[in-house]
Design a protein around this ligand. Structure first.
Ligand code: F3S
Length: 754
């Protein structure tokens, strides 16, 4: 469980030199984000200035964290890297596969039985390869990372979009796909387009009913769900310093909702207090020695317009509590305007449920402030109108708030305490009656509120707000209730006005826990057996992909010419298929089932050239594979946009597709294809897309001369015997050609040549 202080000291030891060098090269003062980026270059000391939003740069992150859903395929792949242990400190967290229904004890027992094989696999593979394993019930990945591993000035990646939460402790923490995590765990660099920078200057001080959550709800309202794309959001100013560290975590967490690469804050006293309270005084001592490198230069914050690509200013003293939604987190409504907005839009006013906790708002301060509202309501004889639930972020938080009587306070209003896990936040909520799909309203302090996200009901109007506002609204049972101006009726018919929330930032008696749920890895894992049943339909050990035989690919059949948009969701659908994330054979049955066939404009119906019959894409691919016939996929513009899901590249590779030839690629998917030993090619002349016919057989003419910068020639033999030779470009450099030759990037690592 212990954080790695030696690793952190090493980061700090090189930081000063690298940041000073970067400042010299860039020729101006630096933001905090730039200091962390330039001090984590894969090449070590900076030698050049990078252009924001343009240059692709290799980095060396300090840590990796994976959650249980995404860790499965990442670790199955990592097993092929041929390493004894992971190259950087890594943890696995079991938080996504636990459903909320009855309450923590029962729900956890059900999950432990239903997903036993997945948890056993993750536990054994973690044990073997030096990975810290957090058991089901230990808590939510981002809360545990903040409590145990995040540190100012560090860089980490995690296989979950809310990894960005660790920015609350001054890190650059970035959500990635499994393939990126595998690279870093295997000792390779990690590539990122040098981000743009958005500065958010916070003036004034939070007061009354306003909470850190309102800062990000306001920022989301300003920037919208796309406004942060490709950028790091850096917060600064007196308002930032005045805020708790965990509040900063909440703000960074929801940076994912504006599409930001990540968000961060400079090192300050709130971080010192939080680190000390979570038993990490060592980090404070080390960080204090390099404190000026753990925040932006003074000149940057004095004249932010000169150094950031965009600057936003928010005065916290004037900020109103916000309620964002429904269906999107960037639709912001100040509490004073909600009555009119709800009426104008026909949103149901009656609140059915209030939910707090999750990775977004699980701090001691959050719980204490929400409980202070419940306490007042109970003391005044007010009967809460809505149901109330909590998903504590970690066992440490749960244990501490139980010890301090906060859970007992919540229980006075009949609160359900669910497992320390994602639960309703990820749709793992068996909500009674949700299947009736009735129009209804819930309020929560989570981060996302897209349609169906919480309970699967498309008619649930979910609103995001601070935990204290969730408590007030759930007690009132009315979305239009404004606790700043309105009163509630108590059991004597008296009007009661709630006082603003209050609560300690950190527990006076310190944090406490009996069993945090951590399993340390074996000191020597060489004899640890990895537990995967041969009959499992959820997990399957991977076999390495075959190396290239050094010959031209000949006699390949066209599997599908995809028409129009083809995202990673079209290539490897989510939903029910997520169950098979750890089983490549089974999940491959969703390969390209969402892609539209250019010849009949239908999804999942392509011609099997061996039989002349039409069938689902995966079946036809399997038929070609069984017959020893290679196949290729042709696609349109921006093929593979969407997520960084590695399954979208692994499935075609597994089902015998040799090449993907498209008008253009989404870059991450193109890289993923390369990593899996596939040919990712683009038409030199886009119009050639139209020359491809349904019954084509394809021969590569010069693959044997595969080299950087040299286009490949492909011959398309049509049914009538005519042929077209098409020139295909590629972006493989010499080492990526090495991946192709070896059969995959991992094969090359395993051979010790990468
Ligand atoms: Fe889990 Fe929701 Fe956070 S799904 S990791 S609690 S965003």
């Amino acid at each position: 469980m212990a954080f790695d202080i030696e690793m952190i000291k090493k980061v700090y030891a090189t930081m000063a030199e690298r940041v000073d060098k970067a400042r010299q090269i860039v020729g101006r003062p630096l933001t905090l984000s730039e200091k962390i980026l330039y001090s984590h270059l894969w090449e070590g000391n900076p030698t050049q200035a990078f252009t924001r939003g343009k240059d692709y740069v290799d980095f060396a992150p300090d840590r990796v964290a994976c959650q249980d859903a995404t860790a499965q395929m990442a670790l199955l792949q990592f097993m092929h890297a041929g390493k004894k242990t992971v190259a950087v400190p890594t943890t696995v967290h079991c938080d996504h596969l636990i459903q909320a229904k009855v309450g923590a004890t029962t729900d956890l027992a059900v999950a432990n039985s239903q997903s036993k094989e997945v948890f056993d696999f993750l536990s054994s593979v973690s044990n073997k390869y030096g990975i810290g394993f957090w058991k089901p019930g230990s808590g939510i990945i981002h809360q545990i990372v903040l409590e145990n591993y995040a540190f100012p000035g560090g860089m980490m990646i995690g296989t979950d979009s809310h990894t960005v939460n660790a920015g609350g402790l001054g890190m650059l923490a970035i959500g990635v796909g499994g393939a990126d995590a595998v690279d870093v765990m295997s000792g390779m660099s990690w590539e990122l387009k040098f981000p743009k920078l958005i500065g958010v200057k916070l003036t004034g001080k939070l007061n009354g009913w306003t909470a850190p959550k309102d800062v990000i709800l306001k920022v989301a309202d300003i920037l919208t769900v796309k406004g942060g794309t490709g950028a790091i959001v850096e917060y600064f100013g007196e308002g930032a310093i005045n805020m708790s560290c965990t509040g900063k975590g909440t703000i960074c967490n929801m940076g994912a909702e504006i599409g930001a690469t990540t968000s961060t804050f400079g090192y300050d006293d709130s971080m010192r207090r939080y680190l000390a309270a979570t038993d990490r005084q060592d980090i404070v001592d080390a960080a204090d020695k390099v404190a000026k490198y753990l925040t932006g230069d003074d000149e940057v914050y004095a004249n932010p317009e000169q150094y950031f690509d965009q600057v936003i200013e928010i005065n916290l003293s004037e900020l109103e509590p916000h309620i964002n939604g429904p269906f999107t987190p960037d639709r912001g409504t100040p509490v004073s305007k909600m009555k009119a907005e709800a009426a104008a839009n026909g949103w149901p006013l009656k609140i059915e449920w209030g939910l707090i906790g999750s990775c977004t708002n699980s701090s001691y301060e959050d719980m204490a402030r929400a409980a202070s509202i419940v306490e007042q309501a109970v003391a005044h004889g007010i009967t809460p109108k809505a149901e109330f639930g909590i998903n504590p972020g970690s066992e440490q938080i749960r244990y501490t708030i139980e010890r301090d009587g906060i859970i007992a306070t919540f229980e006075k209003m009949g609160t359900k305490v669910f497992t320390n896990a994602c639960g309703p936040c990820i749709g793992q909520w068996d909500r009674a009656g949700a299947d009736k799909q009735e129009k209804n309203t819930i309020v929560h302090s989570f981060n996302r509120n897209f349609s169906k996200r919480a309970d699967g009901n498309p008619n649930t109007h979910a609103f995001v707000t601070s935990p204290e506002m969730v408590a007030a609204l759930a007690i009132a049972g009315d979305l239009s209730f404004n606790p700043i101006t309105d009163t509630l009726l108590n059991d004597k018919g008296e009007e009661v006005k709630l006082n603003p929330p209050y609560g300690d930032e950190l527990p006076k008696r310190g944090f406490d826990v009996v069993d945090a749920g951590f399993q340390a890895p074996a000191a020597d894992g060489s004899n640890v057996q990895i537990l995967v049943s041969e009959t499992s339909d959820r997990l399957q050990l991977l076999a390495p992909f075959d190396a290239w035989d050094g010959k031209n690919i000949t006699g390949a059949k066209l599997l599908i010419k995809a028409f129009g948009k083809c995202t990673t969701d079209h290539i490897s659908m989510a939903g029910p298929w997520l169950r098979f994330r750890g089983h490549l054979d089974n999940i491959s049955n969703n390969m390209l089932i969402g892609a539209v066939n250019a010849y009949n404009q239908e999804a999942n119906k392509v011609k099997n050239q061996l039989t002349g019959e039409y069938g689902p894409v995966p079946s036809v691919a399997r038929a070609y594979k069984a017959a020893g016939v290679p196949s290729i996929v042709v696609g349109d513009q921006n093929y593979g946009e969407g997520s960084s899901r590695e399954h979208a590249a692994m499935e075609p590779r597994f089902l015998g597709v040799k090449a993907v030839l498209v008008k253009s690629f989404a870059r991450i998917h193109e890289t993923n294809l390369k990593k899996q030993g596939m040919l990712a090619l683009t038409f030199a002349n886009e119009a050639d897309y139209d020359k491809i016919q349904e019954n084509d057989t394809i021969n590569f003419l010069d693959l044997t001369e595969f080299a950087p910068g040299k286009p490949l020639s492909l011959e398309f033999v049509h049914a009538d015997g005519s042929r077209d030779v098409i020139l295909a470009n590629h972006t493989y450099n010499a080492s990526q050609i090495g991946w192709y030759v070896a059969g995959s990037a991992l094969n090359l690592i395993a051979a010790g040549k990468a």
